[in-house]
Design a binder for this molecule. Sequence first.
Ligand SMILES: Cc1ncc(COP(=O)(O)O)c(C=O)c1O
Length: 385
Amino acid sequence: MIYLDHAATTPIDARVLDAMLPWLKEGYGHPFSLYVIGREARHAVERARERLAAFIGARATEIVFTSSGTESCNLALKGAAEHLRRKGHHIVSTAIEHQAALKACEALERRGFEVTRVKPDEDGLVHPDAVRAAIRPDTILINVMHANNETGVIQPIAEIGAMAREHGIVFHTDAAMSVGWIPIDVEKLNVDLLSLSAHKFYGPKGIGALYVRRGCRLQALIDGGGQERNRRSGTENVAGIVGLAQACECAEEAFRRGEPERLRTMRDALERGIRERVPNVLINGHPTRRLPHCLNLSVMGIEGEAVMLELDRAGICVSTGSACSSGSLDPSHVLLSMGRSIPLARGSLRFTFGRDNTLGEVEQVLDVLPRIVAQLRALSPVSEW
Ligand SMILES: Cc1ncc(COP(=O)(O)O)c(C=O)c1O
């Protein structure tokens, strides 16, 4: 199998699993218990908090562990909006967010908030000026994702964050797609809130975190025993938290050995090969402001789903659009908002590389993809393909 869908999820790193196992076996103490195994679990959680904080340039007290990227986005958006309800009712978000933020914003609209969704340009970039134009006197919250999960386009978060600060508006970014793939620093990004998810970068599923800048207040979504400084109750997922911290260490090590450059080389080789061997293909997303492991393209005249299924028969895993919306044949809302036509949005494929991929695998994909596209086009009602 050739796995080229690392933006959907990643395999767990062996070092992450090794770090987690003791906390699933003998280290089962409750982190609130005062006897030895409880204190050890508490110590493991706090050490992990420090490691994650250092990884993104934060303080340990600014980290809230959650169950997922989805929960982090919900806590950030609903928690901040509800806390600020008396100050204003307007939120600025974008048309290209992941379902987690999209649906949280829709829920906030049902609770009486107003949401303006800024569109990206045709390269998938959200312009700071467009965000500025959407700000109103009653705007309390701005939400712009860091890197888009379909195109990999990296948004100008630092500029938008500086603008939000200038206006005294709370700023959240969903960095689930980028944390672990490129270095992230919450200070440089000027964010108040940042969501991330462990399974997106070789950690376990079911654990995420929210960075909450000191002084930024949130209303909790989950009430109970007061864990996570009353911001997210529920007994901590000790093994998951330890795994998340270990995944950060593995990512740091990968950065040190130049993994982003290696990923970029493979991605560019695939992009070049497809351009040379498959006619009528359009690359989706900004040519340079893209995550190094991500390639999204539209194959004109055929459905991305059909190509994906044929690649699957050849043992190659790729995706069409975002993982959460595959299974539905709706065209990608991200590509539509970039001005792509419905047929082009339906013809989209996403390849996302990871640490185990090789240039040899790129060649294998390039061996089968042109044939699959030609066969599907021969069956397509549009004869010129
Ligand atoms: C950009 C983005 N945000 C949020 C999420 C949700 O993360 P999780 O799967 O941990 O709920 C994802 C996962 O697909 C994502 O890509």
